[in-house]
Design a protein. Structure first.
Length: 335
């Protein structure tokens, strides 16, 4: 059986999170990111969709407190965040943001055509197309479609995007193929034109993206790196697939994925070894996209240059992973 969040239960849980949050929103309890002594949490009486996965597990990193549930809610954002467009904008050089407030999509522009990373939900594809066009580019110039990992909020729109671009090639990490083959919105088969492996390069028009296998969140979770030139300088850009341990994930004695602990450890090790000037991710909240966009509009140094933010994200997610592993290991020994 292919894993999803390494656990069938978790797959179902995360699939309904948007619906649960939507119900909360209608009850005037919007999910928000607040900072209280560094703690990210939901404001107001929001029902925690992860409550039945166990108690909150908190860690301290650089003097600030982060919780597993709080991080998940923070990164997912509200239902509105997942569908409302973020103003499309240039990040650096020929790299642009074309996603929604909560679900990140990126466009790499080259003289020979463009590369789209993350189509998100199928319903968001027209929004992404509009953002591309608002920047002055053509959706039909997209020749390659890539993804961060095989969850519907990142790659459900692949088939529609392929259709609307006129046949862009969809390239996916091998370990995520089984999950993607089951992702069939409206019964449409999931297109797969090229199967990638760790370290493979995707090249177009002088741009080279490198696929780094950072498994755990999904079997084929992919972190992308690319070198972007801007203003006479070359920047190392890292687009994190996901390092998070979703609430409910079984790390100890996982029959579906007995190697999950080693997979996460590999992901952290690989991530620590990547050079990073500009830190991006599959969810905008992971790298504080709204705050950085506001700074971008205000002028001054490029706020997306944030190597310390990248290191902090790795530290937070690794600390949560270790805490969850310790908690589950202790529970197993006391059974």
């Amino acid at each position: 059986m292919a894993k999803c969040y390494t656990n069938v239960f978790c797959c179902a849980l995360l699939a309904v999170v948007s619906l649960v949050l939507d119900t909360s929103a209608r009850q005037s309890a919007n999910v928000a990111d607040t900072q209280s002594s560094g703690t990210r949490q939901a404001s107001g009486p929001v029902a925690n969709p992860f409550a039945n996965t166990g108690p909150e597990i908190e860690v301290t990193v650089d003097g600030h407190t982060y919780g597993q549930h709080a991080e998940a809610l923070h990164n997912l954002g509200s239902p509105e965040d997942q569908v409302n467009p973020m103003p499309p904008h240039r990040i650096v050089g020929d790299l642009y943001y074309v996603g929604t407030v909560g679900l990140a999509s990126y466009l790499v522009v080259t003289p020979e055509g463009d590369i789209l990373i993350n189509t998100t939900f199928e319903r968001n594809v027209p929004t992404i197309r509009k953002s591309v066009e608002q920047l002055g580019f053509k959706f039909t110039d997209i020749k390659i479609i890539l993804g961060s990992h095989a969850h519907s909020d990142h790659q459900e729109g692949d088939a529609l995007a392929k259709q609307l671009t006129g046949g862009a090639k969809v390239m996916v990490m091998a370990e995520d193929v089984p999950l993607l083959q089951k992702m069939m919105p409206g019964g449409k088969p999931h297109p797969i034109d090229r199967v990638l492996h760790d370290g493979d390069e995707v090249e177009l028009g002088g741009a080279t993206l490198v696929a780094h296998l950072t498994p755990g969140h999904t079997p084929g979770c992919t972190t992308w790196t690319i070198k972007i030139q801007d203003g006479g300088r070359t920047y190392d850009v890292v687009i994190v697939g996901s390092l998070s341990v979703a609430p409910g994930t079984k790390l100890v004695n996982n029959a579906n994925d007995p190697h999950i602990v080693d997979e996460y450890r590999r992901a952290f090790k690989v991530s620590k070894g990547l050079r990073c000037d500009i830190f991006l991710a599959s969810h905008g909240a992971v790298y504080d996209s709204k705050e950085k966009y506001a700074k971008l509009r205000a002028g001054g140094p490029n706020p997306f240059i944030d190597p310390d933010g990248y290191k902090r994200e790795i530290a937070i997610e690794e600390a949560i992973f270790n805490a969850v592993l310790a908690q589950q290991s202790k529970a197993e020994t006391t059974r």
